[in-house]
Design a binder for this molecule. Structure first.
Ligand code: MN
Length: 267
């Protein structure tokens, strides 16, 4: 068979743009065989920006579906601009798989050390969402669930104090394995850990749940701050928190569909 299709000039070998090569390398490195998961991860990046959880900074990851000792995370870039070709795969030392040498987030150790220590965690969001930060700064107040949408917070969110590991002259970033492990220890078995003077990290059993939790961590912080301006808030009991969290897990897809439509213009 000698018939050949004409090759457009722009995709002839040797004329590929660098971004095309990056995309091919990314597809090889990620190798999930699960395009729907990649699609959800891209949507999560866009949703978290659209809902005010991340801005130019912050990131969301998911455990690798084909190997439990790796995870997927975008290359270093603004979350709202992430596409499928920007997703990289990392091992639990936060080293990119398959020699992918694109710049990675400095704080990828947040993700690697939480996946290493929490086998139940399938997705992680790190953000600097602004209403949460005061609760990591003021020692006399804890972030607690004040509304049924945020029962996943449990009794109260723990606070990670980076000075206990890095001393008093760090740049505040979780930029190596030691700091990532210390953060994971502070998280313990919780769903949310606050990071003093920095932000917060939220974990979940999947992308959609962790996005729901990251959004409602920010909402809860805003509500709790407002309530404290009025008086002393009544918080959910541990049983109310646990039961409302379970109910929300069954209903969160309604919110995901809305957020996705708003952020992606589809779905
Ligand atoms: Mn950060």
């Amino acid at each position: 068979m000698l018939v050949r299709c004409a090759t457009p000039l722009s995709v002839r070998p040797g004329r590929r743009r660098p971004s095309d090569l990056s995309g091919r390398r990314a597809a090889s490195a990620v190798g999930t065989g699960d395009p729907a998961l990649i699609d959800d991860l891209v949507a999560a990046n866009r949703i978290l920006f659209q809902q005010g959880v991340v801005d130019g900074f912050g990131h969301v990851s998911v455990r690798h579906p084909a190997r439990s000792d790796a995870f997927l995370l975008a290359r270093s870039m603004a979350p709202a601009l992430v596409t499928a070709g920007d997703i990289m795969a990392f091992d639990f030392d936060a080293v990119p798989l398959d020699g992918d040498d694109r710049p990675a987030y400095l704080e990828r150790f947040i993700h690697s050390e939480i996946y290493r220590t929490r086998p139940d965690v399938m997705a992680v969001v790190h953000s600097h969402s602004p209403n949460v930060i005061p609760f990591g700064i003021v020692k006399t107040v804890k972030l607690q669930p004040v509304c049924h949408m945020s029962g996943f917070i449990g009794a109260a969110a723990p606070v990670f104090e980076i000075r206990e590991t890095a001393g008093d002259a760090s740049d505040m970033l979780v930029r190596d394995r030691t700091l990532g492990a210390a953060l994971a220890a502070s998280l313990g078995s919780s769903s949310v850990v606050l990071m003093r003077g920095h932000g917060s990290t939220v974990v979940g059993t999947g992308i959609r749940q962790v996005v729901f939790r990251a959004i409602y961590t920010e909402v809860n912080a805003r509500l709790q701050s407002e309530a404290m301006r009025l008086g002393t808030p009544t918080v959910l009991t541990p049983a109310e928190a646990e039961n409302s969290a379970r109910t929300n897990d069954g209903a969160m897809h309604r919110a995901w569909d809305l957020w996705r439509r708003a952020a992606m213009g589809d779905g």
